[in-house]
Design a protein around this ligand. Structure first.
Ligand code: ADP
Ligand code: NI
Length: 217
């Protein structure tokens, strides 16, 4: 249960996220954030956790991402100043920052995150990853690839194992991204709820790939 003070803080936190993400056209827009918040709440209902940290972390999970801001450290400092300005207490801020610095798949890929995640970080990470799977995950991947000028598919270009963040961000083809990231997500899901939904969405990716490759010829 959230206190009325926490409800009020969450309204301000949502507005902060809207201000940062409103113009995003890489699939990390506010609609993505709202889906992650909704899915995080569903997962949280089955876990013992702080709903405030989960919801705050979900709203803010992309606001210091390198895809969206030029300087991650500066974005993190600005975020902490903001949370202090709306009277979120120090330990809560620390927990929220732990969530948002550990959601990203690219950070995990490059082992840049913490080893031990809190339950709140696991929940938001699961919710974010579910949004990379299924029908929405497919569209987001094509949308991102289009923006980056990637080919849809090239049978001569094989999927890669990225060693640096720059190489990961550069990417290869839309279809390769399924093998480079999307199909690896299911096995890393933490919560029972996410494992149930994730299986359905993972299977949908496989179904889509089969059909795509058959049509390609
Ligand atoms: P995170 O924010 O967890 O580090 P990413 O930035 O890797 O995650 O990806 C978020 C979503 O953006 C992905 O699920 C995918 O839909 C899209 N995306 C990211 N990188 C690529 C890429 N190289 N090619 C195609 N889509 C991508
Ligand atoms: Ni996200």
């Amino acid at each position: 249960m959230l206190s009325s003070r926490e409800e009020e803080q969450l309204v301000k936190i949502e507005k902060y996220a809207i201000d940062v993400l409103a113009e995003d056209r890489t699939g990390h827009d506010m609609a993505h954030v709202q889906r992650v918040v909704m899915q995080s709440e569903r997962i949280a209902a089955e876990e013992k956790c702080s709903l405030f940290i989960v919801k705050a972390g979900a709203y803010l999970h992309d606001v210091i991402d390198d895809k969206l801001v030029a300087d991650e450290e500066e974005a993190c400092r600005k975020l902490i100043d903001f949370l202090e300005s709306i009277s979120v207490e120090g330990e809560m801020i620390r927990q929220i920052v732990h969530v948002i610095t550990n959601v990203s798949y690219s950070k995990e890929l490059l082992k840049a995150g913490d080893r031990e995640l809190t339950i709140e970080a696991k929940i938001v990470q699961d919710a974010d990853r579910l949004d990379a799977l299924g029908a929405i995950g497919i569209i987001r991947t094509a949308y991102y690839g289009g923006k980056k000028g990637h080919k849809i598919h090239d049978p001569n270009q094989s999927a890669q194992r990225f060693q640096t963040k720059e190489a990961y961000r550069e990417g290869s083809t839309v279809i390769n991204h399924f093998y480079e990231k999307l199909l690896k997500l299911q096995s890393g899901l933490h919560t029972d709820y996410a494992k149930r939904v994730g299986k359905k969405r993972h299977d949908f990716l496989l179904f889509f790939l089969d059909e795509f490759l058959e049509e390609w010829g």
